[in-house]
Design a protein around this ligand. Structure first.
Ligand SMILES: [Zn+2]
Length: 496
């Protein structure tokens, strides 16, 4: 007797192989049997006729670290069909606690937490006692451990005692079950570090088959150089490599993605385990202050590691204290003050240094070329903060299915789902997930191909998709007809 039997579905199993018709019987948290089971007994039967049944999506690039414990529900992710997310990206890590709180406060409010933790092992205990609605894997964040050990935020080279203390924190995280270590080399304080420091901090990963994950130092005119640095770090440390949100930003850099992908592919052919991830939009999203300190609006220079953007290309997502400005462009504010762009930005940063923006700067053809590459998987990089967050927080996965699979036919359905499921599971050593297979965890999405619709826009970003009838997390329904069930059936994913 099954707990749930899903019948008549078109199964896309995540492996990139062709779809097939079949039934799936779930017992407890696992997929028990796959086959033709229409006569089998089950406590509940779901008829998935006209629908695709696929593994739950694995978001390799989440920033909802604190939300796992503060809210436990990750609405913007679960409604998209994400059943596992990896937090701790771009160097923003969750431990040690004090430094994490300070670091993460650049992104969002972190005051309302009822828990504290001493280290990763402690944090993991808390998650296991208070499970979230989604499975969670965790990366160690470079900024956070740097902030915890170094007294000066802009110190360039740690002394050997400091370096050893930082290495110890990485070791503690890996031993506790973290999946890898991330950097964000345009942000404070990670941007002050040199390549050698990062190699030293990445070395402990090798023993655990962890992944070195990097938001690189430069995604603009020095893109190739940054890819080389990332590969150099991973190779020297002997770890797997993941390039976060691969892109070429700023008009002067459009078209560079072909060569970027070629560099990555050539190293992959030489036996280096390297991949990249991507969100499917031409606008990036980040802190206004980060763009400012990286010279995005500095008219005296043609270059910025984060790419140039004009004021009409920047949308204000979240403005703590001046919420009425959310949804306006930087140009709107500039016209109001009648000031040059950079001075307008300075005025805004005086209001709050936590302003988040969406900033256009990528070329659509580049976005498609990256998406189609066989070494690229999907991640949201979502931040559901403020009233007008970048729509990727709510729309990444349905957008790929609707826009790039069905409308533009840039990807085959099986391939798109592979990039969302098995590919990330393999990369991050996530066992028994990412594939529809007997004895795997029953993390599943059931959606209708002709009804799937991304409803998150830049103007109205906080909308879940249509067309997803069920999302299962560990055998239990987490979403029914586009609504969360709030069963909190997520698990902590420890490195295996
Ligand atoms: Zn990033």
């Amino acid at each position: 007797m099954f707990d749930t039997l899903i019948t008549n579905g078109t199964i896309i199993d995540g492996s990139n192989k062709k779809s097939y018709k079949g039934d799936i019987g779930i017992i407890g948290e696992k997929i028990d049997t796959i086959g033709l089971l229409s006569n089998a007994e089950s406590k509940e039967i779901i008829n998935a006729k006209d629908s695709i049944v696929c593994p739950g999506f694995i978001d390799v690039h989440s920033h909802d670290d604190f939300k796992i414990l503060s809210e436990r529900r990750i609405t913007h992710n679960i409604l998209q069909g994400i059943t596992t997310m990896i937090v701790g990206n771009c160097g923003f890590g969750i431990s040690p606690y004090g430094a994490a709180k300070e670091q993460m406060s650049a992104l969002y409010q972190v005051d309302s937490l009822k828990y504290k933790w001493n280290n990763f092992a402690d944090f993991f205990d808390l998650i296991e006692k208070n499970p979230p609605s989604i499975n969670v894997g965790v990366l160690i964040g470079h900024h956070t451990i740097r902030r915890a050990i170094l007294n000066e935020i802009n110190k360039k080279i740690p002394n050997s005692d400091e370096l050893n203390k930082m290495i110890y924190l990485v070791e503690e995280g890996m031993e506790a079950g973290c999946l890898g270590f991330s950097t964000g080399l345009v942000y404070e304080p990670g941007r002050y570090s040199n390549t050698e420091e990062i190699i030293n901090l990445t070395k402990p990963l090798k023993k655990y088959n962890g992944v070195y994950v990097s938001h690189m130092r430069n995604e603009a005119e020095k893109l190739f150089h940054s890819i080389s640095e990332t590969i150099h770090i991973g190779t020297k440390a002997g770890t797997k490599i993941q390039i976060s949100h691969l892109k070429a930003v700023g008009k002067e850099n459009w078209g560079k993605v072909g060569k970027a992908l070629e560099i990555i592919e050539n190293h992959n052919l030489n036996g280096i385990d390297i991949n990249a991830d991507q969100y499917p939009y031409t606008a990036r999203s980040t802190m206004l202050k980060a763009l400012y300190i990286n010279g995005t609006f500095d008219e005296s220079s043609k270059y910025s590691p984060m790419g140039k953007s004009t004021s009409n290309e920047v949308l204000l997502c979240s403005v703590p204290g001046e919420e009425s400005l959310e949804g306006k462009t930087l140009e709107d504010i500039q016209n109001f003050y009648d000031l040059p762009t950079e001075e307008t930005v300075e005025k805004l940063i005086d209001v709050s240094d936590k302003i988040l923006v969406a900033a256009f700067g990528m070329k659509e053809e580049d976005v498609v070329e990256i998406m189609q590459h066989k070494l690229v998987m999907i991640g949201t990089d979502g931040l559901d903060v403020g009233s007008k967050p970048h729509p990727r927080a709510w729309g990444t996965y349905p957008r790929i299915l609707e826009e790039y699979v069905i409308k533009k036919q840039s990807l085959k359905m099986e391939n798109a789902i592979h990039k969302m499921t098995e590919m990330p599971a393999k990369k991050f050593n996530i066992k028994d997930r990412g594939l529809i297979k007997e004895n795997n965890f029953a993390d599943l999405v059931i959606f209708n191909e002709s009804e799937i619709k991304d409803n998150a826009t830049y103007i109205n970003p906080k909308n879940g998709p249509s067309g997803i009838s069920f999302v299962f997390v560990n055998g239990k329904k987490a979403v029914v007809a586009g609504q969360e069930t709030l069963l909190y059936n997520g698990e902590l994913i420890r490195a295996s």
